[in-house]
Each structure stands twice: as C-alpha cells, then as structure tokens.
Design a protein around this ligand. Structure first.
Ligand code: GLA
Length: 746
C-alpha cells in the first residue's frame, strides 16, 4: 500500500485501482506528482519538466545558483505549501512565531510507515486503529527557521480507494507560538481541467447541488457558523470536466469535522489546480505554548475512474465500515414515528399513549417524543438547559413502560448544547452562556449556545442529560442543535483566546457526544440541527443517522436526498413520511424508503384506507430495507438536469435492487429508458412493478422502459429480484402463475 523508493526519494501510496505519488526534492520539499487511476511507476523528471528556472538564492550576500538544478517554488506542486514563501498560491499552515514573524516553510526530516492509525483524542476519526487493510505514512517536517514541526499523516486502504490525511503542529521552540491556520489536506493537481460540485442551502432547503468550473479564480466553499452550517456542506466533489455519473475521474473530499471549515480551490497561473481544506482560518488563532501540539481533523478523499457513482461507492463503504458507531453501522434501523409534526409542543401522557397504540397497529417500531417534555417548555421560548421532566405534562415512565410492554422502542429529543435565557440554568449560571458581554447578543429561536469551551459546563450539562437516560429505559435520542454561533465570547477563555472559541466549542460538543455514546452505546442516536444543518462525518462518528431536513414535502425531499446521497450512505439520512398533502402515502413512502425510514404525522387522523396502505408499506420496508442499508447506490438521473430524478440501490451480491423514479412536471409519452447499473448481466430479474422478468443485460444495455405518460409527482419503485429466489417467495406469495413467468424467461 505504501512504498518508498530510497534512490528517487519517491513515495507511492497505492492499491489496485488508485495511486498517489510524491517525492522529496533536493531542498527537502514534498513535491506532489500524481493522484488518480493506478499507475505502476512514474517518471519524476517528466512530470516536473515544466520547471524552466534554475533555482537561485542569496547566501551570505552572494547569489548561489545550482546550474544543474531546475526548481521553481512558483510552479511546483506541493503536499503542504508554505506561507510567505515564493509560492503564492494558497497556504497549508500559518504560524506566528515568538518574534511575530509569519514565514512558514516546512522541509522533510523523517518518515515512518505503520499499520492502521492511532485514534485522534478528542476528535472524531476513521476507526482504523488495528485495521490490517490500512497503512499510514507519517512524515515529519521541520520549519526551516525554528523548532516547529509538522507531521503529515496519510492512510491508504488496500480494498477501498480512500486516502485519509491530517496534520499536526508541534511546538519545540522553547517559547509560545500562535497557530493561525492548519489545513488537513492539500492536493495539487498538476494538470487537467476540473469542475467542483458542492452543496449550498438554508433551513428547509438543505444541500442543493451546484456545479462550477474550476478556473483561475479561487473558489472558497466554507462555513463560519460554528456548527450549524446550512450554507455549505463539508463534502465536495472534484471531477475532471468531462466526468459524468458513470465514467471518468472523480474525487470526493469530506472533512471529519463539524466546526468551521473551508475548501479553497482554484487554478494557478499555469493552469494547475490546488485544493486546500480544513478548519476555516477565519476568526481562528490558537496559542501554542512550548511543547504542545495541535491536530487538524481528518479529511477523507475517495477516488474513482468510474465516474461520480464510483467515488460514492468507496465513500459509502468507508463511512459504513470506518466512521459510523459499530453497534448500528450495518444494522437496519427501526421504523420510527416522531411526535413533532403531529403535535408540536401540544401533547400529554394520553396523547402519547394513543400514539404508541396506533403506531403499533401500523407496524411502527419506535416512538419518539420530540421537543417539549422538560422544564416548562410549551413553546420554543424557554427551558433549554432545564433537563427535568415536566411531570404536569408527561408521565415519562408510564409512556416508556407502555411502549416496552407493547414491544416497541421509545425515544426522546434533547438539545444539550443550548441555553434559554428564560431557564433556571441561565438564572443560576449566566456565565455558562457563550456570548460577548460587551454587546447585546443576537438570539435565534430565543436561545444562546452554552460555553462548551469550559469543561465545567460540559460536565454539568452531561450530568443533566445523562441522568434522564440513567433513570429511564430510553432506546433512542434525537440530539438537536438549533442556532449557530455569533458574537462569540467566553468568560472562561477570556478575551485573549477568542480565536480558540469556535474550535474549542466543537471539541466540547464532541466531548458531550463521546461521553454519551460511551455510557449509552445501545441508545440509537440521531443528530439534527434544525433539520440537516450539521450533516457531516464528524456527527456520523457518534450518530449513525442524521435528520435529513425539516422539509418533509416529498417533492422537495427528492432533491435534498439526491444530493446528500452522493456523500453519505442512505442509512444515515433521516427521511420521514409526513402528512403534507401533495402526494399519496405510497408515493411519500417510496421517497422516504431511500433513507432511515419513519413518520412525522398523527396516525389518529389517518383514514382507514391510509392506515391499511401504511401497514402494507411498513411490511415492504422490513422486507427490503436491508438493500438500502447495505447496498451500492447509483445516481441515475439528476433532478437539476431535467424533469425527473432516478436512482437505484443494488445489494452487494447483485441479486436484489430497488430503482426509484420521480417525475416533476406532467409529460406525455416519450421514449424514456433509464439504463440501470450494478446488476449481473447474466441473471434474470423479476420486476415487481411491471410483473415481468428480464435478463440483467437488458436493463444494463437498453434500460428500464418508462415511456408511458407521467403525471406531476408520479413516483415509482421498481423492486428487482433475481429469479431463482423469486420462485420461492414472489411466486408463492403473490400467486403468480408459474406458466406466465416461464413464458417470459424462455
Ligand atoms: C428542530 C428540528 C425539528 C424539531 C424541532 C423541535 O427544528 O429540526 O425536527 O425537532 O427542532 O423544536
């Protein structure tokens, strides 16, 4: 997986499909050479021959020029570019030294190669500690002028096209230095034309896709909200200009981090592309006393030469196997019903008992009591921080026992990182709130963030939340976060450390989450931030699922899910059927089926017909959801490019597939054939919607014929099942005549 050619000083990180090359040049710089499809070897000279200049420098007032050495800081590609050096194209790290100078120029000292990788304390990370299929290269560099060291970490998998990078600064100068920027990953693409695909959004419009040509302008995809960032998501795609969903080179980059981040990307004056990403350096400065270190979060790169879908497969497999908590990662999640859209704050014990009763009849397995069960909270103006059950409103023990006696699971909503100014906690501990005391801080949703930079606050709030989980047998927790950070100020850290607040806040959040998952490993955790405002690999390290969006309108959901699916496994995307009027329950369920399935509605208000339909749907979900949880996902048609959206999921053994199609505007008959992917060309598949059997090769080469007229909002689910298995189940169950099927096969 990792080789070092001593003679050429060449590092090669590779597996069967992927190669990443760089070398140590004469001056100790790490020069990036190649990243892409597997390449057995490479000619360093060939790739660097654009350097027409001889390297010259001043030494003791004299110009020194090595006539035989061609090197240009301006044109070379680096693994970690310096700051205030002759390379002006974006920097990897910025350090203010004790003499206030800002030059940062790291050169190679040593390296080692190890199996797996040690966990990063305090930060979510890939779970690869003892992984025998992963090798990690650790390179130590030193600043040319001082005893500041930079460690670069590269982990590569032998069976996934995944490269994980991060970095660490170590101060050995004897005095204090200030860290102003430390990136997680830099990739210089020495040639080629690329496009960037990112997502933007706002509340109820989470993760909308946007594609941009990467040209000579610097593009910055970033977030500075401190944790709840709808505006940009911390996963992006960089693809060769002509790459599509199925062919060509595509890279997905995703940070294992939930705080402020940035991806800077653009072409330099020679048309080379540079990507630098990591913690956003806006409002970031970290004091580092002598003998301390600072570790940047990991960034994951997934590569495929088989289009964007290929990169998605590696990413999904990686997240399922190395990010999600092990207890739930590969398990189907229970069908849930959440009280929010049914009752909002208006519920009591009887209502929840009836909810449990009705949900049980429908085949739902988990009931979630959302916001409003604690303090004196009957609207969103009060009580965050007062994590005591409102006994006048809800007898929590009674409803939990009732759920359990009915063999159902029960969950509650919390928002631990926040405080309402109207709360006992705020009255007793105003110093626990995070805001700048010199101004009147903005309130969003009538609340302030807690000062999680203060370990005392983390401990206090953890105790308040965990006592509920210790005292009641709760199976699930929805962990919300409903405002972003603004006008920050911490009485604990003081003014001088304002630049540390954003990062330390998210470390505090991680500490809370870590305590929680360590103490309650069997509680299914679903994080949330006003919907999907904190959807990232950092959160997925603790919670195997995240509420996808507060938008539960099914049509809008199609776009949200389509874009989210590129980066995050479908089993992580909370997707619920609501009572929104526009589509039938069957249609809504088909869309939600491609996520973590559930409901947001009052079952008591359903008609008999709808209830029967929902019972049928839930049975189908139980029968098929393993394909969504574990299968390979393919985007087939993008909703932003045309009038319909299609995608499919295929089981790893290729014997089962679910194909989704959604039509936006009404359209008459038209020759519409959706080519399918991932099927076995030699297997025969029974198609549940058309009651036909076709060979895989037909679907792969001709496609699924949906040429008939389609109405606005027509939603289709095709379940494909390899025919031999079908004989036992579908044939018997649906009493199809054997003869009919045989006619079609032979
Ligand atoms: C956020 C969530 C909702 C709901 C409310 C409760 O907005 O996204 O699903 O839990 O909070 O206040």
């Amino acid at each position: 997986m990792i080789k070092f050619d001593e003679k050429r000083k060449l590092f090669s990180l590779y597996n069967k499909e992927f190669s990443y090359y760089f070398y140590i040049n004469k001056l100790g710089y790490l020069i990036h050479l190649y990243s892409g499809e597997y390449l057995s070897d490479l000619d360093v000279e060939r790739l660097t021959e654009r350097y027409s200049e001889r390297y010259a420098y001043l030494d003791n007032d004299k110009e020194i020029c090595d006539e035989s050495y061609y090197f240009s800081l301006q044109a070379s590609n680096f693994e970690c570019s310096g700051f205030n050096t002759a390379d002006k194209r974006g920097n990897f790290a910025i350090i203010k030294n004790s003499d206030n100078s800002l030059l940062t120029d790291f050169r190679y000292v040593k390296h080692e190669i190890v199996y797996g990788k040690k966990p990063i304390k305090g930060l979510p990370h890939a779970r690869i500690e003892n992984a025998k299929n992963v090798e990690t290269l650790i390179i130590t560099l030193k600043d040319v002028r001082s005893e500041v060291y930079l460690e670069l970490y590269y982990s590569i998998f032998d069976d996934l096209n995944i490269l994980i990078r991060n970095s660490k600064i170590i101060n050995k100068t004897g005095s204090s230095i200030n860290l102003l920027k430390l990136s997680s990953m830099q990739v210089d693409f020495p040639y080629g034309n690329y496009n960037l695909i990112s997502t933007y959004g706002t509340w109820s419009k989470d993760r909308q896709l946007e594609e941009t040509r990467i040209n000579h302008n610097k593009i910055v995809i970033s977030d500075n909200h401190g944790a709840r960032g709808f505006y940009h998501n911390s996963s992006i795609i960089i693809k060769e200009k002509d790459t599509n969903l199925f062919n060509g080179s595509a890279y997905i980059f995703s940070l294992i981090y939930s705080g402020n981040f940035s991806f800077e990307v653009g072409q330099d004056e020679l048309g080379q592309t540079r990507l630098i990403c990591g913690i956003n350096d806006e409002n970031f400065y970290f004091a580092m006393p002598h003998n301390t270190s600072f570790t940047a979060p990991e960034c994951v790169m997934s590569f495929s030469s088989q289009g964007i879908n290929g990169a998605t497969h590696h990413m999904h497999d990686f997240v399922r196997n190395y990010i999600l908590p092990k207890t739930f990662a590969l398990k189907e999640r229970p069908i849930l019903i959440n009280s929010w859209e049914a009752y909002y704050f208006d519920f009591d014990t009887n209502k929840i008992i009836s909810l449990i009763e009705e949900a049980k009849k429908l085949g739902i397995e988990l009931v979630v009591l959302d916001d409003g069960w604690f303090g004196k909270r009957s609207d969103d103006k009060t009580s965050l921080g007062d994590w005591n059950i409102n006994l006048e409103k809800i007898d929590l023990k009674k409803v939990i026992d009732y759920a359990h006696s009915n063999k159902m699971k029960f969950g509650i909503w919390v928002e631990p990182e926040m405080i309402s100014p109207d709360s006992a906690l705020f009255r007793n501990h105003p110093e626990f709130a995070l805001y700048n005391r010199n101004i009147k801080p903005t309130l969003f949703r009538h609340q302030l963030p807690l000062d999680l930079t203060n370990p005392k606050v983390v401990d206090f709030i953890y105790e308040s939340i965990s006592k509920i989980f210790r005292n009641y047998k709760i199976d699930y927790c929805k962990w919300d976060f409903n405002r972003y950070l603004s006008e920050i100020g911490s009485l604990y850290l003081g003014k001088d450390k304002e630049g540390e607040i954003y990062h330390r806040f998210i470390l505090g959040s991680y500490k809370l989450l870590e305590n929680f998952v360590n103490e309650f490993p069997n509680v299914l955790l679903e994080t949330c931030a006003s919907g999907g405002g904190r959807f990232d690999l950092g959160m997925l390290y603790y919670s195997p699922q995240i509420w996808g969006s507060d938008e539960t309108d099914p049509t809008a959901r199609v776009e949200i899910q389509y874009s989210t699916n590129f980066f995050y496994p479908l089993s992580t995307i909370g997707a619920h059927v609501s009572a929104r009027p526009y589509l039938t329950y069957q249609d809504k369920a088909i869309i939600s089926a491609f996520g973590t399935f559930g409901y947001e509605l009052d079952p008591l208000k359903l008609s008999k017909e709808d209830k029967d339909k929902i019972i049928e749907i839930n049975k189908l979900i139980k029968e098929w959801h393993h394909v969504v949880t574990l299968g390979d996902y393919y985007a087939l048609k993008s909703p932003i490019e045309g009038n319909y959206a299609s995608w499919m999921v295929v089981s790893k053994n290729k014997r089962e597939a679910l194909v989704f199609h959604f039509n936006f505007r009404r359209e008459p008959t038209y020759a519409r054939y959706i080519k399918l992917y991932g099927l076995d060309p030699d297997l025969y598949y029974f198609n549940s919607l058309t009651n036909t059997i076709y060979k895989g090769e037909f679907y792969l080469r001709v496609g699924l014929n949906i040429s008939a007229p389609l109405n606005e909002g027509t939603t289709m689910l095709f379940i494909l099942k390899a025919v031999n298995y079908l004989e036992k189940t579908i044939f018997e169950k649906k009493q199809m005549k054997n003869q009919q099927v045989r006619d079609k096969i032979f």
